[in-house]
Design a binder for this molecule. Structure first.
Ligand SMILES: [Zn+2]
Length: 248
C-alpha cells in the first residue's frame, strides 16, 4: 500500500518493494515483464512501479508468477481488468493460480502462530492489504516453452518446489540476478533475522523441499538476489543459500 520503492538493480531490472511484499519489472525497450503482483491492495502500487520505469500497464508483455499466494497474485485481477496479458507459471502453479487447489496458510494457521514475535501486527497489516480476499487467476497457463522465455529480460524459470508445489524462481543469467520469490527471502515482518533466510515453515507446503531447493539456487550463477520479502541481497547466491541453510 502507498508508493512502492522502485530500485534499478541491473540494466532493465527493477525491484519494487511495497513494504510487505516485493515484485520485479524487467524492461526491454517499450516492453515490460512483470514478475509477481503484490497483495490486492497493492494494485495502485504496481501501476506506480510500472510508471516509475517509464512505462504504462499496456506495455506489459506478460506476467510471470513465482507462486500463487495472495501476496504475489493479489493485484492481478485488477490489472487484468485493465490490460489483457498472458499470465504464466509452472504447470502446477498455474493450476494453483486458477485455484483448482489452495496451498496457503489458513487464517487458523495464522491464529495458532499469533504468539510469535511480529505475527500479530503483520496479520493486522496483511488483512488490511486484502489477504482474506479470495483471489484467483483463471487465465494462468504454463510457460509456453522450456527454458529461457522470449520476453523482456529473457528470464529462465527454474522450478523450486517446496514453498508451494509449483514454485519457481527466475534466473537472469546476463544480469547475474535471481528473482527468488519465497524460496529464499532476506527478511520478513515475522522474523527477527536479517539477511538470507527461509520463511517460517508455517508459510510453506513442504519445508524439507524448500531446503533442497536451496541447492538448486546455489548452483545458479548470480550475485544479486531479489526476494519476495526483504530487501535486495548482493553477494554470491551460493553463499546466500548456505547462510539460509545454516540459519534454520
Ligand atoms: Zn510471499
Amino acid at each position: 500500500m502507498g508508493e512502492p520503492k522502485v530500485t534499478q538493480v541491473a540494466d532493465g531490472v527493477h525491484f519494487a518493494e511495497s513494504g510487505s511484499v516485493n515484485w520485479v519489472l524487467l524492461t526491454d525497450g517499450a516492453a515490460v515483464t512483470l514478475v509477481d503482483c503484490g497483495y490486492p491492495a497493492d494494485f495502485p502500487a504496481v501501476r506506480h512501479s510500472v510508471e516509475a520505469t517509464g512505462h504504462r500497464l499496456g506495455d506489459i508483455a506478460a506476467v510471470l508468477l513465482t507462486h500463487a499466494h495472495v501476496d504475489h497474485i493479489g493485484g492481478l485481477p485488477a490489472l487484468l481488468d485493465e490490460v489483457d496479458v498472458p499470465v504464466h507459471a509452472t504447470a502446477p502453479e498455474a493450476a494453483h493460480a486458477r485455484r483448482e487447489f489452495l496451498e496457503q496458510a489458513t487464517p487458523l494457521d495464522v491464529v495458532r502462530n499469533l504468539w510469535r514475535p511480529g505475527v500479530l501486527p503483520w496479520a493486522v497489516h496483511i488483512v488490511q492489504s486484502g489477504a482474506l480476499k479470495p483471489v484467483k487467476v483463471p487465465t494462468a497457463t504454463p510457460f509456453p516453452v522450456e527454458g529461457r522465455l522470449d520476453l523482456p529480460g529473457a528470464p529462465v524459470p527454474v522450478a523450486t518446489p517446496g514453498h508451494t508445489t509449483g514454485h519457481a524462481v527466475y534466473h537472469l543469467p546476463e544480469a547475474g540476478v535471481v528473482i527468488t520469490g519465497d524460496t529464499l527471502v532476506s527478511g520478513h515482518p515475522t522474523s527477527i533475522k536479517r539477511g538470507p533466510q527461509l520463511l517460517h515453515p508455517f508459510f510453506s507446503t513442504d519445508q524439507e523441499q524448500v531446503v533442497i531447493a536451496l541447492d538448486t539456487l546455489a548452483a545458479l550463477d548470480a550475485d544479486v538476489v531479489l526476494p519476495g520479502h526483504g530487501g535486495v541481497h548482493r553477494g554470491p547466491i551460493s553463499e546466500a543459500a548456505a547462510q539460509a541453510k545454516r540459519g534454520r
